[in-house]
Design a protein around this ligand. Structure first.
Ligand SMILES: Cc1cc2nc3c(=O)[nH]c(=O)nc-3n(C[C@H](O)[C@H](O)[C@H](O)COP(=O)(O)OP(=O)(O)OC[C@H]3O[C@@H](n4cnc5c(N)ncnc54)[C@H](O)[C@@H]3O)c2cc1C
Ligand code: FES
Length: 258
């Protein structure tokens, strides 16, 4: 499905992050993404931060030029949306640890909400640079999740990376699964901590995308197309891939560290 629709609501979530809500009828599952474009301008893959019903949403962090232009769009502006694409989270685990770094909370919040509705217990380790940048902390609490915060500067929760509370929580109590999204170096540490406790981990991975249909190879990660084999992967499938957590690719497909 491909449509140009008006933005019906714009919410400033944190100083650097905005949610745009729009009506887009196709059924979507938490973990899936859309390709979002500004007509006459550029297109970006964006996870759906609201998947329920026809009123969908994306939550965009200011990064480079295109995302900053998306942040500048107000209610009434028309945007292009195609999708939804990709594999969603498996919502069956009963005791979940959700680990979000920065804008990674965007894809994890609707998945956590759906899991809560199905009766799962959800603990969220939520990380950001500073307290005002903690994304969806109140949304997670309102759905009945326990939220454990970490900030780089110590302005809320534990000082340091969210991997600290993650390791502690994994040592304190049993979980059936870990879901994580954030910088790959963070996800790699989360995967290693969870694997040492025998807890399966599911990562939402980002790569450069063009077609989102498994045809152009722009999003290649080893043998996988992130757009169709992911973006949600069981971590065991990624660990053999030397790129995961170590390299990304630029628009031309060149491999870059980080
Ligand atoms: C599956 C998936 C889900 C994502 N979900 C979110 C989300 O929920 N919230 C969020 O803030 N970000 C999300 N991203 C990242 C987002 O797509 C951009 O990579 C990010 O916003 C930076 O884009 P930019 O144009 O600001 O950066 P720049 O570095 O300035 O981009 C340079 C150029 O590359 C293009 N470009 C940048 N990234 C991509 C990309 N991944 N694919 C294709 N073209 C690209 C830009 O349009 C521009 O032309 C997601 C990425 C993927 C793959
Ligand atoms: S974006 Fe074209 S194959 Fe994935």
């Amino acid at each position: 499905m491909r449509e140009v629709v008006p933005v019906v609501e714009r919410v400033q979530e944190t100083p650097s992050t905005v949610t745009l809500r729009f009506d887009f009828a196709p059924v979507a599952a938490p973990g899936q993404f859309v390709m979002l474009w500004i007509p006459g301008d550029d297109e970006l893959p964006m996870s759906l931060s609201y998947t329920d019903g026809p009123r969908k949403g994306v939550t965009v962090k200011a990064m480079g030029d295109t995302s900053r232009r998306v942040l500048g769009l107000g209610a009434g502006t028309r945007i292009g949306v195609r999708g939804p694409y990709g594999r969603a989270f498996d919502l069956s685990p009963r005791r979940l640890l959700v680990v979000a770094g920065g804008s990674g909370a965007a894809v994890l919040a609707p998945a956590a909400a759906e899991a809560r509705q199905r009766g799962a217990s959800v603990t969220v380790a939520l990380g950001a640079t500073t307290a005002p940048e903690l994304l969806f902390a109140e949304r997670f609490r309102a759905m009945g999740a326990e939220v454990v915060e970490a900030t780089d500067d110590g302005s809320a929760g534990t000082r340091g990376f969210v991997t600290g509370p993650t390791a502690r929580l994994l040592g304190e109590r049993p979980f059936d699964a870990v879901w994580t999204c954030g910088p790959e170096v963070m996800m790699l540490k989360v995967v290693e901590a969870a694997r040492s406790r025998g807890v399966p981990t599911f990562c939402s991975v980002e790569r450069h995308m063009k077609c989102a249909l498994g045809m152009c190879d722009a999003c290649a990660l080893g043998p996988f197309h992130v757009c169709t084999d992911g973006p949600v992967f069981e971590a065991g499938r990624l660990l053999g891939e030397t790129e995961f957590g170590r390299f990304h690719r630029d628009p031309s497909g060149r491999r870059l560290p980080g």
